[in-house]
Ligand binder design. Structure first.
Ligand SMILES: Cc1ncc(COP(=O)(O)O)c(C=O)c1O
Length: 392
């Protein structure tokens, strides 16, 4: 039995309708959207625009044009960060951010952007007073993750957005770990920018993602080129979404994402959230009963997304990951999860943790099977010498 607990990297499996949509796309809508007037091109353009409408509905954006397609959340975050910040600007982030936020900002720091990192507590939770202090007048942008990809910790985004608004600071939310699994209402929360993956909780194919841009927030494009619109001009269109969608889109991926969004609309985000919370609770309960296991993060399903990190005394995370995979068919991710600062916050740098990340298709039986495996691995790790290999 193969058990896939790496949905935070990309979700698997995808709903059957996603695979069917890819097939249908190649058969019926394989043209380049917006580039030509023939029927295949028009069919592709309709598909893209319909997916955009579904995303706008999903996040409660005012208008579909406020949704820009990207290749992943990293691309969306880069578009927002480089599109907004200039030398002399001040940006505030938290210490649990992913490298897709850290790396662009460390690059911009060398070019004169001031970066303030607000230290989270050791379970990844954010001290709102500390954040408020960091949002000094003059700060231009606040970037936070919604759910930590290491500890699962959820950030109270409604309160954070209010603090940012009171300080006239733009708020960019990284929803890579929550889009599709935790409800996000961009207008209700008052988000200025929302970066999301299409291939994780939204259950679409890899190579999909997007950025929501509130009206009135002006971003300079990350890349410029053909858009199929305003073709007589040699300068970039200034209207959304074309200003940020140069070059041929990943229409096949977007076709799959559209099917996934329909699936999620039928399923309901609340049902996904409830299901993931049950899985997290079951895992946390079981892990606590196994001697030699340390759990990181809030340790309570209500305060975390579908991500749980832990370590087994006496074994490196990579060893545990290998045994889980090779001996028990359980696929997890180990190490630093592209978030070294988050691991420094938790005290798990540089070796990292073992991470289980759940999705809609995981079951309680799978969680129980993983606990059964860990009940065997933990005593082995406690007795093993450095050179010992798995003996069951
Ligand atoms: C918190 C967070 N932000 C951003 C990303 C990047 O997402 P993508 O893989 O879609 O580029 C990830 C990926 O795991 C993530 O966990």
């Amino acid at each position: 039995m193969a058990i896939y607990f790496d949905n935070a990297a990309t979700s698997w499996p995808k709903p059957p309708a996603v695979r069917a949509a890819l097939d249908k796309y190649f058969l019926e809508a394989g043209g380049n959207p917006g580039r030509s007037g023939h029927q295949m091109s028009i069919a592709a353009a309709r598909l893209v625009e319909n997916s955009r409408e579904l995303l706008a509905e999903f996040f409660n954006a005012k208008d579909p044009s406020q949704i820009v397609f990207t290749h992943n959340a990293t691309h969306a975050l880069n578009l927002a960060i480089y599109g907004l910040l200039r030398p002399g600007d001040h940006v505030v982030i938290t210490s649990i951010e992913h490298n897709s936020v850290m790396r662009p900002l460390r690059h911009l720091e060398a070019l004169g952007v001031r970066v303030t990192v607000v230290a989270c507590r050791t379970d990844g939770t954010l001290d709102l007073d500390r954040l408020n202090d960091a949002l000094r007048p003059g700060a231009r942008l606040l970037v936070t993750t919604h759910g930590s990809n290491v500890a699962g910790t959820l950030i109270p985004i409604k309160q954070v957005a209010e603090l940012a608004r009171n300080r006239h600071v733009l708020y960019l939310l990284d929803a890579a770990q929550t889009a599709g699994a935790v409800a996000i209402d961009v207008q209700g929360i008052g988000l200025d920018l929302l970066a999301f993956s299409g291939h994780k909780g939204l259950l679409g194919p890899t190579g999909t993602g997007g950025l929501y841009i509130r009206e009135g927030v002006a971003l300079s494009p990350l890349i410029r080129g053909g858009t199929g619109s305003d073709s007589a001009r040699e300068t970039q269109p200034e209207f959304l979404p074309d200003s940020h969608e140069s070059g041929t889109l990943n229409v096949a991926g977007i076709a799959g994402l559209r099917a996934a969004l329909r699936f999620l609309r039928e399923t309901g985000t609340e049902a996904v959230r409830t299901h993931e919370q049950k899985l997290v609770s079951q895992l946390l309960r079981g892990l606590r009963e196994i001697p030699g296991i340390t759990i990181y993060g809030p340790g309570e399903a209500a305060f975390q997304c579908g991500v749980v990190s832990f370590n087994v005394d006496g074994a490196m995370p990579s060893e545990v990951g290998l045994i889980l995979d090779e001996q028990f068919g359980i696929m997890a991710r180990t190490g630093l999860h592209c978030a070294p600062s988050a691991h420094r916050t938790l005290g798990t740098f540089p070796t990292g943790t073992v991470r289980f990340s759940f999705g809609w298709f995981n079951t309680i039986a799978e969680v129980d099977a993983s606990l059964e495996a860990l009940r065997k691995i933990a005593p082995w790790a406690a007795r093993k010498s450095e050179a010992a290999t798995w003996t069951g």
